[in-house]
Ligand binder design. Structure first.
Ligand code: SF4
Length: 418
């Protein structure tokens, strides 16, 4: 089957349902401007339409047809651009997972102008912006705590630059609380293979535990792979009890720094609590895999090696596999790691190059660390406006939160004082 598919083909629109935190469905998290439209040409929304209606909409049918035609869908440029740089794209990794098992679905779409008869088997559910943290690199679209901070400081110019995101943030607050939304999964539970849950903080979405219970009680859990992105501030009992019933669970823990760096970067979380919860994850059964997802920005690239070695050491001591992934920050631009002054970049490159000499790195770890080095090797031209924005951001939030950047990151004082 794959030989008769166009070279650019991607299985995602045939098996995967994805929504943004505000409840609007899209083709996938990598697609650009791929909002699913209803038959009136307006954006679909999960509070107004069912998963079934959206999945079998004319818009989705025509997108599948587009995927089967000879041209690359414009919505998919990002994947193809990534491939051009040598990276494994989402298209390639999802094809590896789902192409072989989806032959019948694809054949059906070919014969029926993009229409398919089966439900999605793989969900990406971004469950609103409910979150108890207000990480420095985040914003109100992904954190209700951030939204509250913006609302509480109507005269602060830095915080008010986020004002335009508040309306969209409000849309994210409640659509996923409706029992009707969760009950839609009951009738298709037998075909579900994978669910990716993020937010906000998915462990705060109580409603999703009822669905997990339904999967367990009706014997579906053993076939389902659950993937979480969690801030690790809470590991609810409901989760700990139900985890062993699932085929596989992946806990991707967002941790950007150790000790006081964590507390500053991911306020108001406390390192002691993160460590305590991390230790609990190490006791989870073997069907649960654990990795650390570190958002790498101008604030922490100089310390990525510390974080990496800290968790690698735990992995060696406990015999538990723990991977550490750098997730490069793209927004806001003024926090991107390439803005680091050249002399600090040299230090960061030296530390990362040293890390690359570790004998026990996996090939993907080597690739990821090398890509950080490559980004740091880009020489800055005049970036004074962005660095000014960065300084204003640090100063404004430090004042509101009663924190002191220069005490936490003494090596980076120049970012704060220039
Ligand atoms: S090619 Fe990439 S952007 Fe397009 S549907 Fe597939 S994964 Fe999504």
């Amino acid at each position: 089957m794959s030989s008769v598919l166009p070279q650019h083909f991607c299985v995602v629109p045939f098996v995967h349902f994805s929504c943004k935190p505000d409840g609007s469905p899209r083709v996938c998290c990598f697609s650009q401007n791929s909002y699913v439209l209803n038959d009136d040409g307006k954006r679909s929304h999960l509070s107004a339409q069912s998963i079934n209606e959206i999945w079998h909409s004319k818009w989705m049918d025509s997108f599948r047809e587009k995927m089967l035609s000879q041209a690359v869908p414009p919505e998919c440029k990002f994947c193809h651009n990534e491939e051009a740089t040598g990276k494994i794209s989402k298209r390639q990794s999802e094809n590896r997972k789902y192409l072989e098992t989806s032959k019948e679905i694809i054949a059906c779409a070919k014969n029926q102008n993009g229409k398919i008869n089966s439900p999605p088997v793989y969900f990406d559910l971004r469950l609103g912006n409910l979150c108890n943290l207000k990480c420095r690199t985040c914003n109100p679209l992904f954190s209700s705590a951030w939204a509250r901070e913006v609302e509480a400081h109507p005269t602060n110019a830095v915080l008010q630059s986020y004002q335009s995101t508040l309306d969209q943030a409000r849309l994210s607050e409640s659509w996923h609380k409706s029992p009707d939304f969760w009950e839609q999964f009951h009738s298709i539970a037998g075909s579900i293979e994978e669910i990716y849950l993020t937010g906000g903080e998915p462990m705060l979405i109580k409603e999703h535990f009822s669905l997990l219970k339904f999967f367990k009680e009706n014997d579906y859990a053993k076939n389902i792979y659950l993937r979480y992105n969690t801030n690790l501030t809470l590991l609810p009992e409901e989760f700990l009890k139900i985890a062993p019933s699932f085929k596989k669970i992946s806990l991707s823990c967002s941790i950007d720094g150790l000790k006081e760096k964590n507390d500053w970067l991911r306020s108001p979380s406390k390192w002691s609590m993160i460590q305590e919860n991390f230790n609990k994850t190490l006791l989870l059964p073997e069907n649960v895999s654990i990795d650390i997802n570190c958002t790498v920005s101008i604030f922490n690239v100089l310390y990525f090696d510390e974080l990496f070695l800290f968790f690698k050491d735990i992995a060696v001591r406990t015999g538990r596999k723990v991977e550490v992934y750098p997730d490069i920050l793209h927004e806001p631009e003024f926090m991107q790691l390439h803005l680091l002054p050249d002399e600090l970049k040299t230090q960061a490159i030296a530390k990362l190059t040293h890390l690359l000499k570790q004998s026990d790195l996996t090939s993907s770890e080597k690739k990821n660390i090398s890509s950080l080095v490559k980004l740091l090797e880009v020489h800055n031209t005049n970036q004074s406006d962005l660095l000014k924005q960065l300084k204003n951001h640090i100063v404004a939030l430090d004042k509101i939160r009663n924190e002191k950047f220069e005490m936490i990151f003494p090596e980076l004082t120049s970012l704060h004082s220039n």
